[in-house]
Design a protein around this ligand. Sequence first.
Ligand code: FAD
Length: 391
Amino acid sequence: MDHIVLVGASAAGLTAADTLRREGFTGTLTMVGDELQLPYDRPPLSKQVLAGDWEPHRSTLRQDTDIQRLDMTLRLGCRATGLDTADRVVTLADGDRLGYDGLIIATGLRPRRLPFGHELAGVHVLRTLDETLTLRAQLLAGPRVVVIGAGFLGSEIAATARGLGLDVTLVDVEPAPMARQVGTWVGGLVGDMHRDHCVRLRMGRHVTGVTGENGRVTAVTLDDGSRLPADVVVVAIGSVPATDWLAASGLPLGDGVLCDRTCRAAPGVYAAGDVANWPHPVAGRRVRLEQRTNATQQAITAAGNLLSGPAEAVPYAPVPFGWTDQYDAKIQTCGWCPSDATVEVVDGDPQARKFVALYKVDGRVVGALGWNSARALREYRGHLTGIDAAR
Ligand SMILES: Cc1cc2nc3c(=O)[nH]c(=O)nc-3n(C[C@H](O)[C@H](O)[C@H](O)COP(=O)(O)OP(=O)(O)OC[C@H]3O[C@@H](n4cnc5c(N)ncnc54)[C@H](O)[C@@H]3O)c2cc1C
């Protein structure tokens, strides 16, 4: 194999590059990314960077010199626009065509948008460093903030905005924040925590409109007829895999790039990170994870499998691990925490906001959640290695 191309210059792409070199690949390596910055980490964006606790450059994953050591051509600010798997060519927005022997797709996600409102000034999404800095600049003016979507990201943004002393309302169609990710019982505790910090919660409500005056947002309207005055609106209603550039490639696409158990999507083509969808051998179904730890782990497996070839490729079967930081709470999950699971507290005290809960489906443990209980959760995480989450 002479030339490997990595598309997506972020957590998964960079880890894949590291792995290829560590595993002894001495050929040509090219990494293509449509953002201008050196690869940076996203978890601090909605937390330390938005809060102003970190200078933006602290989220950079590798300094220039470390990247140079990878002996790789880095094409930043350059979008991949097409893929020809028969001729093994990636097309770039500037017209260049990159031939490859091996390709790793790590293009992550794009924020989902509402069908209305995004043309108004003051309406934001948050996925990139630039979007974070633009939002932060607006938060400094002391606006009334409405966050639409109370998943992990929306809940974090609400917490950070409250930390800046702002007037914050959090809206979601679900009955509690993060209910889809951790179920309504833990979601209820997350809701209590936000109420304690004086965030107004409007749960179980649909947004029907985002209105403005003179091109600037002024309010969000809900399906009960209420109107939430807003100077800044953050739309955090989930994301979609960044596979638009692959539409004509013939690669199997669905909710992401559809890979096999080894993260392979076509001969010589692998995917890793948020964009990759694969049949999890233990879960017994296709999954796609939007977790930072997965971006690293999956990139290591995908790069290793690309080098070893299909005959020696290993299946990718991680125990998922994710976390969120809100106020003084670090909430970590491992395995699966489906909303219809039975939740059993096995350590600590939910009232004290320090506990571990197990998630059970049909009597089987499929996941665990720790709230300010990293050490205790670690022990349960070990027990989840052979997790049977067949659903
Ligand atoms: C604000 C925020 C906070 C988060 N916090 C947490 C957290 O607390 N805990 C946790 O577990 N996870 C968290 N996550 C999720 C975590 O950051 C992701 O799982 C991780 O970034 C995925 O890495 P990736 O490399 O797969 O994709 P991404 O980080 O999305 O990188 C993909 C890169 O590819 C580029 N790209 C896309 N299309 C093209 C194209 N056609 N051509 C060239 N380049 C392209 C994108 O611009 C991007 O730079 C957070 C995510 C966000 C956005």
